[in-house]
Design a binder for this molecule. Sequence first.
Ligand code: WT7
Length: 700
Amino acid sequence: MCLLRINMAAPSSRSGLLWTLLSRCRTPGPGRTGTGPGRCLSSLPPPPLPPPGTWSSELSRLPHRDLYRLSVTDPDRFWGSAAADRLCWVEPYQQVRDCELSSGRISWFLGGKLNVSVNCLDVHVEKHPDRVALIWERDEPGTEVKVTYRELLETTCRLANTLKSHGVHKGDTVAIYMPVSPIAVAAMLACARIGAVHTVVFAGFSSEALAGRIQDAQCKAVLTCNQGVRGGRLMDLKSTVDAAVKSCPSVQHVFVSQRTDSPTAMGALDVPLEEVMSSQPAICPAEPLDSEDILFLLYTSGSTGKPKGIVHTQAGYLLYASMTHQLVFDHRDGDVFGCMADIGWITGHSYVVYGPLSNGATSVLFESTPVYPNPGRYWETVQRLRISQFYGAPTALRLLLKYDDSWVKKFDRSSLRTLGSVGEPINHEAWHWFHSVVGEGRCPLVDTWWQTETGGVCIAPRPAEKGAPILPAMAMRPFFGIQPVLMDDKGEPISGVSVGGALCISQPWPGMARSIYGDHQRFVDAYFKPYPGFYFSGDGAYRSEDGYYQITGRMDDVINVSGHRLGTAEIEDALDEHPAVPETAVIGIQHDIKGEVPFAFVVLKDGLHDDPLVILQQLRDLVAAKIAKYAVPEHFLVVKRLPKTRSGKIMRRILRKVAMETTGDLGDVSTLDDPSVVKEIVEAHEQYRKQREEEEEKKK
Ligand code: WT7
């Protein structure tokens, strides 16, 4: 166990597999006493714990398979050892876990105190202050900015002091509405440093969506930029925040960072971030936090209209993000880790910020798009920054593989060692293109399955026994401590192979969500009630002949548009606000690049005089204003009524078949209130399809 300010000699023998797998202990250098940024932690007594590596060396002879078995049969020993060895604690934990899944009680490393920002910054500054922590790959190629660990710590401290001097303290919530950038990362870490809870809101969400999240989390402050820059275009972020905070009385300050030179009108709440930060000290004591204090909230879609604030806490989340980052991607010292995600999503939290920084990695912050200024952008960036791990989304790969391979091949990709895919199922074509064209067949490609709720990767091909195969387009193997279970319709576990069912996890793991902010009952109902005693993911999966897992997709009314999760109920709620629309039903249909797109069936009021085309445009605008542009349905079909059962439930299965043009087999329609509705909708769709074809023709 590593404790800042406590000078412990490194154990003499730390070789062996378990050590390599579990240990990343960063003891401070010899002779280091109460100076420097971590000074606040110096007065604490040494812990009554065994020296680091004790358990590790005992277990070091285990082959991978036995290690996995141990992680599920003796999680206390496995995770306890990992937490002691890898994290830097202010006070050691007393108990590894206290969990009861059926009631949603999940606690890890009880009694321990630590600070996540110390684990991501100070421990590295002690050892290699000038190592690059972040490479900000800005929108214009060739204008990247490098930030060392020392610089990031200083910026984080100045920002933390700024927050404190404006009344933000431990336990307060802070919204971050910023695109991926060093200042946004510093904002997350500054919150972590003082014990404030951050909630990053993707900077593509509308002002109403932002306001809803700020209200739910009762944020005291918002951090934003004047503008965002992406794909050569500017986005006004400050004006979106201005509109949002009008309905958010909890907000006392809006901190505005200047991403561009464009001047910003500053109102009564606004604080110019860089200006105020520059006069703050570059040292800020780190608040010792309880393992189970909240680190962040991240809002995500569920099957109701209201997004849920997923709660992640300190130690367990950090440990899990850190271990999965190292082991799934085979991260090694000196690597440049390139995760293309935005910090507004969980992937950005775990694999742009917390995982890589806790491991002392160099992490890339990608501000641009895969096609700006041309479809070679990713690979030109790989060449210029010497990226070792490239972690991206299938939707981007599907877009890129449509262009000539020369866009890939003209750039040197020899720095690449591991390729990763996340966010949605990766189809075979995209997998093979990524593996053989981008990776030249020499880089392991890991399809990683996980969720906002799981904190980090749960199923992925690596780690595995040396030389173990990776099969295309499959997440394959559970990570340490993860025990997947497939359930049948009756809620019984399905044994054997070549079977499919509802994907559950039978044991708690340190990275899992702890609650839904302000609504623990919803947390229990959504994840632990469907299969009592198990965590239910909402996804379906298939266990292959070889016992590997393949994700088959969502089982609820959640769809996945370009890797972004959306509840169809959220879109319906937005559409239903239109006075001319008494009823709607939204489903997801397949799209060759975006994966899925929303398809809206709308019923219009009788006797309307307005042009339906005008109403449809108003509906598009409504969704963009209430949620975000990416949520706007690709298709609208006006129908007279929706297919309903006698109890009034909309039969979405039928709508899906109509939209996918697979009405040959409609299944059982006997429970429909009036089966003639099907013919009506099929005809309306047929007309819509013809119309679209004609429009396409005209465009050509
Ligand atoms: C949902 C979670 C994981 C971080 C980004 C998305 C789908 C995610 C995969 C994959 C098939 C996947 C699932 C999951 N998903 N990764 N490798 N293969 N499906 O996080 O927004 O919480 O969405 O994304 O349906 O439930 P999220």
